[in-house]
Design a protein around this ligand. Structure first.
Ligand code: CTP
Length: 404
């Protein structure tokens, strides 16, 4: 899920680093929003490194993507840890003079706060009243714990431990388990076809969409076999520690074909998200091709690769659902759907997710837009948003299709 972690200025911020790490390790997409004061305790570099996303404190950064509203509206859950007396007071009155304040006003997601402050501040009637106001508004509170404080004295005010905050947070958003009991195979990334020992034919696929398809399925209870061709750096860290995902790395279309046949055999669902090279080099040179050996031109003879998706369809067992992706260039939605229908019929898949690509859209981007066609040529889903949102909509369509 999409988690926003707000950090206000308290020494306990160092413990929040572990909380963010644990969330990321569990496969969640985490965006950290520190206050300016929080950065005195733990800096931007640390937050960016552990969350793997850019971090900003200001409402005025990334205005074009309306970041101040975007994070709040996309969030499935917001955690504020540590929540200082000052931040709690601002939350209680709706003050939005920084990115965290704005995000808290923009979100409709559950909010969990983990207060941290000196006992006297925690017990002050102002703080008590603010906590009461927040609770009345549905904000959840974890801690504070009773114990030694930074000043050497002891009492209630210590921020709860990261594991405790994590458990409290996850309990607020019941994980969906509508794919529990299913085994799914997903391919992702772009294949590379060798030309010679140092060169290849490749494509711009980042692998992100397929990784999100795998993550969404695993978060919803499925056992996932992810077959990953070449992907952007760092993309696989999100799946590396997921308890229900295994990853197999491949390079060429031939490797991917073998891995997908092996993974799909006894699986319930197969989703081909990978950008598979349609052609490979007919005669791969054992030696590096040298300019001086030629006459200023070079010719590569290409031969068609087998269509893996069509093969999976041909080998489909009873009860197996086969899903394809199609990247299409089209001038409008109607043309996109028409092309999609033809491709769906040609491939014989149960569902085809069609997305529009051009030089700026689809590949390498964080956002995606797809229409999902079923085997009756109906548009069963239309979704634009994060690749994770696209993935969840696709799984909804798979579930609906399997229920038929
Ligand atoms: N695919 C495949 N094997 C191939 C080529 C593509 O399994 N050799 C799969 C992709 O993973 C995707 C779907 O087929 O799920 C559609 O890929 P796309 O490139 O859009 O279709 P092509 O069949 O290659 O058709 P064309 O390039 O002519 O549009």
């Amino acid at each position: 899920m999409f988690v926003v972690v707000g950090v206000s200025g308290g020494i306990a911020a160092y413990k929040t680093v572990h909380l963010v790490r644990a969330l990321v390790t569990n496969g969640h997409e985490v965006h950290v929003i520190p206050t300016e004061d929080a950065l005195r305790f733990v800096g931007t570099t640390t937050w960016e490194a552990v969350s793997r996303h850019p971090v900003t404190t200001s409402v005025h950064d990334d205005v074009a993507e309306v970041r101040h509203v975007a994070l709040g509206t996309r969030a499935d859950l917001v955690i504020v840890a540590p929540a200082t007396a000052n931040t709690l007071a601002k939350m209680a009155t709706g003050i939005a003079d920084n990115l965290l304040g704005v995000t808290l006003l923009a979100t409709t997601a559950p909010v969990l706060v983990a207060p941290a402050m000196h006992t006297a501040m925690w017990e002050h009637p102002a703080t008590t009243a603010n906590i009461e106001t927040l609770r009345g508004r549905g904000v959840h509170v974890v801690g504070p714990a009773d114990g030694p404080l930074t000043g050497g004295d002891s009492g209630p005010g210590r921020m709860s431990e990261p594991e405790e905050i994590l458990a409290a947070a996850l309990a607020l958003v019941p994980e969906r388990s509508d794919l529990a009991g299913l085994t799914v195979a997903v391919s992702t990334g772009g294949t590379r076809e060798a030309i010679d020992p140092v060169r290849f034919l490749g494509n711009r696929s980042s692998g992100r969409q397929g990784v999100d398809v795998a993550l969404a399925a695993a978060d919803r209870g499925a056992q996932v076999r992810l077959v990953a061709a070449h992907v952007e750096d760092g993309i696989l860290t999100a799946v590396a520690h997921h308890p229900r995902i295994t990853v197999e790395r491949v390079s060429t279309a031939a490797d991917l074909r073998a891995a997908m046949h092996a993974s799909t055999g006894d699986a319930d669902v197969a989703v081909m998200v990978a950008a598979v090279a349609d052609f490979r080099v007919d005669a791969v040179s054992d030696e590096k091709i040298r300019k001086e050996d030629g006459d200023g031109t070079a010719t590569l003879r290409l031969v068609a690769n087998p269509d893996i998706l069509a093969e999976l369809v041909a080998a489909r067992r009873d009860g197996q659902t086969i899903v394809g992706f199609a990247a299409e260039t089209a001038t409008d939605e109607a043309e996109l759907v028409e092309r999609g229908k033809r491709k769906r019929a040609r491939k014989g898949v149960d569902l085809l997710a069609v997305n529009r690509v051009d030089w700026a859209r689809g590949f390498e981007a964080a956002e995606n837009a797809v229409v999902v066609l079923d085997d009756g040529d109906a548009v069963v889903a239309e979704v634009a948003g994060s690749k994770r949102a696209v993935a969840d909509a696709l799984w909804d369509a798979v579930i609906a299709h399997r229920a038929r």
